[in-house]
Design a binder for this molecule. Structure first.
Ligand SMILES: [Zn+2]
Length: 199
């Protein structure tokens, strides 16, 4: 099993893979989760790369996002090391600065579709959404979330699932589901990419 990180550095390369991916898979869940995994590789976060893809109710690709720095801050200058979590140095704690993949996808959509709506859309995301993202997702009208990996602590899960349940949002693991480790995810991503590159 390969733990090698794939580096999709250019948007053009990602778009070529996207088009191959759209042609390769014959069902939306596989197709869009594969895209979300590809998108996650664009994140510069060394510890947790996350990708999110939103598809319309009719299965059309709407937008994607990955976790990254805020506007004006270069991904390369960003304090990804997160040493501040232990030392208390807030300027070296990415939690204060990073925009999550789900939020970036939603913002990217709204920025380019002023009269558009995410009502009844599906979000495919490589990690189950955190609490802040859950609150924003509930406000968009997104009706279904398919996630690839799940957090382990109840406080990272329970309030979010409560929000989704009350908003009538279905939040389900990507199927076929098994305990997906970080190594599995990297392996899966490298398989997706090598399959697509061969086509
Ligand atoms: Zn989040």
């Amino acid at each position: 099993m390969s733990g090698k990180r794939i580096d999709i550095t250019s948007k053009e390369e990602l778009e070529i893979l996207f088009n191959k991916c759209l042609a390769y898979y014959d069902n939306d869940d596989d197709k869009y989760m594969a895209l979300a995994l590809l998108v996650s590789d664009r994140s510069k976060d060394p510890r947790n790369q996350v990708g999110a893809v939103i598809a319309s109710a009719s299965g059309e690709l709407l937008v994607y996002g990955y976790n990254g720095a805020t506007m004006g801050v270069s991904d390369d200058d960003f304090p990804w090391d997160s040493t501040g979590e232990k030392t208390g140095d807030i300027m070296h704690n990415k939690d204060y600065f990073v925009v999550h993949a789900e939020m970036n996808a939603i913002i990217n959509y709204l920025k380019t579709n002023r009269n558009g709506t995410l009502k009844d859309a599906t979000m495919y995301v490589t990690w189950c959404p955190c609490n802040n993202c859950a609150k924003v997702i509930a406000q968009t009208g997104i009706k279904r979330i398919i996630y690839h990996r799940m957090y382990s602590k109840p406080e990272q899960i329970t309030p979010n699932l409560f929000i989704f349940e009350k908003a009538g949002i279905e939040c389900v693991p990507y199927s076929p589901y098994y305990e997906i480790t970080k190594e599995d995810q990297m392996f899966q991503r490298s398989c997706i990419k090598s399959k697509l590159l061969k086509k």
